[in-house]
Structure formats: C-alpha cells, structure tokens
Ligand binder design. Sequence first.
Ligand code: GLY
Length: 437
Amino acid sequence: MNRVVMVIGGGGRESVLVEKYSLSPHVSKIIAISGNDLMQFVSKKPLITFPNIKTTDKNEILKICRLQKVDLIDVSRDDTVAAGVSDLLRKNKFSVLGPSKKAGKIEWSKIYSRKLLKKINIPQPEFKVFDSQKHGIEYLKSQKEQQWFVKADGLAGGKGAMPAKNNNEAISAIKSLRQFGRSGEKFLLEKWIKNNNQIAEEFSAFALSDGKSFKILGYAQDHKRANDGDTGENTGGMGASFPPLLIDKNIEDQVDKIFEKTFAELLKRKTPYVGVLFLGGILIGKKVYVIEFNARWGDPEGQVIVPSIQNDFYELGAAVATGKLNNISLKIFKTPRVCVAVAPHGYPISKKHIGEEIIGVLKFLKNKDTKIYGAGIKFQDKKLVTTGGRALHVVGEGKNIKEAREKAYNVINKIIKEGNKLHYRSDIGWRDIRRLK
Ligand code: GLY
C-alpha cells in the first residue's frame, strides 16, 4: 500500500519500532529522526535516517513529513512530546501516534502527575510540593529521620528522581537540583513507601489509548541500576525481562483500574491521551502503587514487549491515530524475552571509553532468535564506535526466561571475545530466574 512511517528517536526502543513497522505489508518506507546506524539492519523496508535533525525540532520534522509524504508518525520520546511535536503535526493534518503536549504533562511535570493521581484516588507515595530550595530544606529539618525521594518537576534526562537514605541526603539532593536548570526549580519530596518487610517489587506496565478507549499491551521488569545485584548508579535501564512471573490477576485488575481512571480523567480534562502510556508501578504486599507515569514506551522494556504484538503494526498505529482502537483485537504472544543493554566501559560514570570502536558486531546481527538493536552507536570511518549512553541492546528469546537470557548472553560473550571492553550486567532477569527454581 506504499505507506510511509516516521519514527522519532534513535535508541533501542525506536529500533524495535522501526523493525515492527517495517514488517507491515502496508509500509514501503521508514523515516527515522534522528535514527541510528544499526537501524538499517533491522528494517525490512528502505530506511532514511536524519542524524542531524533534533527530535524536538518540530518545524524541521514537519518539513520532512511534507517532503516524504509521511502517513503515520510514531512519537515515543519524552522531549518530543514536551516540545509539542505531536500537536504541530496534528494541526497540519498528519496522523500521529503520540500524546499532545498537554496530555504528555503526565510525564513532563511530576507535580501535575502526582496531583492528578491524588484527585482520582490512585495509591501513590505521600508527597509535598516545593518551589524553593529554602522551603524544602526547612521542611526536611522539621521532619523525623527517614528515607525520601527528591524529584525534579520537569524532564531531567532520567536523572531527576533522586533517592535519599536520610534527611541529610535529601538536603544534598535538593541542592543538586540546580543541575537540571528550569526542570529543577519546582520539586517534590516523596516519602518512601513503607513495606513493613513485605515484598516490594517494581514493574512496568504499558497501555495503548486512542483517547476514548484503551488496551493493555503488557508488562516487563526493568533493571535500572548500573551493576549486578541492583547496585550502582541509576541508569535508563540496563535490561528488561518479559513477561514478569510476578504479574498475576490481582495485579492486572488493579493496573487495569488505574489506567481506566487515568485515561478517563485526561479525557475529562479535555486532554485525551493518544499513544502508549507507561505506568511505573511498585507492588507492596498485594497492593499496587504508582511510582510514575511516562508518556511513551519504556527503553529497554519496549525491546521485549513490542515483538510480542502480533497485529499488523501499521494497522494498529493508524487505528490509534484515528480513534479506532476498538476495531482492533490485540494478539499478543507471551514468548519470554530478555534484553541486555551493553554500554561503553565505565558507564554511566566515566566517559573515557566513549568513542571507542566496537569490533565484530555486524556478523552477529543475523542470529535467528537473538536480536541486536543499536542505540548510542555510529559508523565512523567504516568502524562502529560508541557515542555515549547504552550502545547496544541484545534481546534473546526462548521457551522460558532462562533460555531467553542464555541466548542474549551467548551473543554478548561472543561480542566480548572479539576483544571489546564493554559494560553490561550479568544478572538481567534474576528475579524470574529465582522464581523458576
Ligand atoms: N526503562 C525506564 C524508562 O524507559 O524510563
């Protein structure tokens, strides 16, 4: 049918979206803004990337949509949503799968999100809003010693939620909010949710909405810390597993209700949500609390869930963009998958190894049930070099989480044997591996 799809972004998440759209018989060409240099190997259709166009540059993006006669645009980045790219494209009669700036406020203002959830009675941590560091610090000095989260109100490149083990650490975190510029001018102080020695486990859930109706896409578990055993710095995510064995009917029912109430409230506010909504949840005992909402797919969660969707991806995207999600019956195969992120050595602290060559990766791209998606990587003088952040996402698929994980690590071990010095976690999926035993 010669449809042209644009995917905005250039990470592992957008790579799997490019792959999925390219499998649709309706699609003849894919445009990626900014894209990455490994996307061409996963796209089954001709792909054009625009490495010099910023994902927030709405006027340039609009120009490319016109020139390339784009039929559907998939917006899955927080900064793109906050820049109002979806709004401008819709105003110019393009079909967009992605929230408006106002609907996306559920991610780009943590204060707005907390207040919205409070209004509709969704379980969440206790919070207090501040617009001056002085008041935040005074408040902390009046509180008994406890654990906190300090959260910048605005987007902060995934670094805006800072855990603090005591009041002093929280004061230091408040002082460090300056690094986020305007995003850190207002902030939240959140109390850690007490778990009274009950199990407390995080998960990510995803739903797709056309503004009027919604469908659950699936669940995954992210591994946010840099090192094995969930230690070290917070990162965008060092790996993900799917489907989490933690998720049972009780959790599904609670999550369903949370999405239902949230989408209904956004519609009531005349900011209907069109696109993928990401619920970061924590299970305390048997009760689900919302840690945060994101107006997009997760990365690396997308890399393990998107391949499970069996529907024609163009038909699904077009149905969402035109308010016809109810016409689609979702087909999801819960084949276990484990995604392991591979980053330059020293990530995320040292930048010393950024720009180094990764040797011998291309020959592993054709594995049948293990996929490699590029992210912070580019060709330079015919060599693949890292550009910072997570460089590759290796996704293994198997009959269970153990087999899926083995497949991912087999490929990673081969990449390391080529002589590469890279950083990755060796325990992705550890919770479900333990549950399987
Ligand atoms: N993996 C977490 C995120 O995408 O924000």
